[in-house]
Design a protein around this ligand. Structure first.
Ligand code: C5P
Length: 223
């Protein structure tokens, strides 16, 4: 039998990552952080000092970059890039911006397609990203599209980064988020948009528990 899939797509800061991890845990399903794959290529490209305008080099870099996921000591998700734990570097805005530039290259997206589909295993998969419901798992049985106002998303990111001791300004973050949204939504390949059959959830003003409950309702169907 093919494993069930719940896709959770949405813009940066919509809470996808947090919500997806919790929902996967509740369901006992695997979790795919597809953004981490694009970020990993961005970080590897940085290590190799590649030019973000050199599409050919970035495509080769995608094929050469080995990404591994494993559970850390505190139950958190660690991401290994070519064997190095790059979890913290992956979360930086630099890595996010590089990922977003790289993600606009069709050959890069194609190269990562099968790697993402390989995560579909029993008992099920929660897949988090931008095109999970539209391109990677169009036949998923459950699809969610999370949104939140840009202001709220910037604030969430600000808190996350501040907790980690990263110094950023709210204003700078808001500008970066809006720029990344525009690039992700306007690119020719797999632009950010809800699948026609996705359930849209606006998380502005909602707490994590509230959103988790709404998403679990999508999986269990109307009661
Ligand atoms: O979700 P996250 O912020 O980690 O994603 C980083 C970048 O990777 C996004 O801005 C987007 O450009 C790209 N991405 C994508 N498709 C996905 C996941 C991420 O294009 N499925």
């Amino acid at each position: 039998p093919t494993a069930p899939v719940l896709t959770i797509d949405g813009p940066s800061g919509s809470g996808k990552g947090t919500i997806s991890r919790i929902v996967a845990q509740r369901l006992g399903w695997r979790y795919l952080d597809s953004g981490a794959l694009y970020r990993a290529v961005g970080v590897a490209a940085g290590w190799a000092d590649l030019d973000l305008d050199d599409a050919g080099a970035l495509v080769r870099c995608t094929f050469d970059t080995v990404v591994g996921f494993r559970e850390g000591e505190s139950g958190d998700l660690r991401v290994l890039v070519n064997g190095h734990d790059a979890t913290d570097e992956l979360r930086t805005e630099t890595a996010g911006a590089a990922a977003s530039a790289i993600a606009a290259i069709p050959e890069v997206r194609a190269a990562l397609k099968d790697r993402q589909r390989a995560f579909r295993q029993l008992p099920g998969l929660v897949a988090d990203g931008r095109d999970m419901g539209t391109v990677i798992f169009p036949d998923a049985g459950h699809k969610v599209f999370l949104t939140a106002s840009a202001d709220e998303r910037a604030e969430r990111r600000y808190k996350q980064l501040k907790d980690k001791g990263v110094s950023v300004t709210l204003d700078g973050l808001l500008r970066e988020i809006l720029a990344r949204d525009a690039r992700d939504a306007s690119r020719a390949v797999a632009p950010l948009r809800p699948a026609d059959d996705a359930v849209r959830i606006d998380t502005t003003g909602l707490g994590i528990d509230g959103v988790v409950a709404l998403v679990l309702d999508v999986v269990s169907g109307p009661r």
